[in-house]
Design a protein around this ligand. Structure first.
Ligand SMILES: NC(=O)c1ccc[n+]([C@@H]2O[C@H](COP(=O)([O-])OP(=O)(O)OC[C@H]3O[C@@H](n4cnc5c(N)ncnc54)[C@H](OP(=O)(O)O)[C@@H]3O)[C@@H](O)[C@H]2O)c1
Length: 222
């Protein structure tokens, strides 16, 4: 199978890349040489992508022109840690929306021909429970919560719109994971998170498409 993972130079993306590179043909997006070398050492193909730049999305689509993608995993993400309302900043808010929601939507648009050329047609979004309205009991993190809520909406809409093309959409919370983003106090390590995520991706089919799930398969509230 041919798999593309965004943001695979570190964290959950790197663990996903390492898991799939042992079994499949994997391409991984990065933003610098150092991470490109790390990805190449796994036997995966590094590709450059900055989701904050439309030109970079276009360039990636051009590079992949004509290539099938069986599983497209949108993993890259950014978190600006506003604690309180007075820390909210217009640039950070727009940046979060761009990288976490609009970028994945535009990348999906650009790579749809590749996905339709694939056999399995699985489109996966690594989102966050922090994008859930019902689960929000703690507040704060305005830009991250809003951007992941937007991503959830985008992913659910794609599940509806692309169902007739046989595209199955996975919308997964990876857990609170020990990465640069999750921090050292997080509850699970990347191996545990990725074991769950890859099991979800394996079982993704028409009946499960468009559902918001935890990495262990538990349904989550929107
Ligand atoms: N860790 C958690 O507890 C947790 C919980 C819920 C959801 N998530 C989600 O899981 C995904 C992976 O998170 P993580 O914990 O592995 O985070 P991480 O360690 O901070 O890694 C983030 C990844 O996204 C990439 N990225 C950031 N901005 C980008 C941009 N503009 N264009 C392209 N790539 C970009 C980074 O690339 P660079 O190395 O170039 O910066 C890096 O590869 C994210 O979507 C995150 O929101 C994580």
């Amino acid at each position: 199978m041919k798999i593309l993972i965004t943001g695979g130079g570190r964290g959950i993306g790197l663990e996903l890349a390492s898991f799939y590179a042992m079994r499949h043909q994997v391409s991984v997006t990065v933003r610098d040489e150092r991470h490109a070398n790390k990805v190449a050492s796994l036997g995966a193909r590094p590709l450059f992508l900055d989701l904050n730049q439309q030109q970079s999305i276009n360039d990636l689509a051009k590079t992949l022109n004509g290539e099938a993608i069986d599983i497209l995993i949108h993993n890259a993400g950014v978190l600006h840690p506003e604690g309180d309302l007075d820390e909210v900043d217009a640039f950070n808010f727009a940046h979060s929306i761009q990288v976490n929601a609009l970028g994945p939507l535009l990348l999906t648009q650009a790579l749809l021909p590749n996905l339709l050329a694939g056999q399995t047609r699985k489109l996966v979004f690594i989102t966050s429970l922090m994008g859930s309205m019902s689960d929000n009991g703690a507040g704060s993190y305005y830009s991250y919560r809003a951007s992941k809520a937007a991503l959830n909406s985008v992913a659910k809409t794609l599940a509806v719109d692309l169902a007739s093309d046989g595209v199955k959409v996975g919308i997964y919370h990876p857990g609170w994971v020990q990465t640069d983003m999750g921090g050292p106090r997080a509850l699970i390590d990347v191996g545990t998170s990725v074991a769950g995520l890859t099991a979800r991706i394996d079982e993704l089919d028409e009946t499960r498409s468009g559902r918001f799930l935890n990495n262990d398969g538990t349904p989550l509230p929107w």
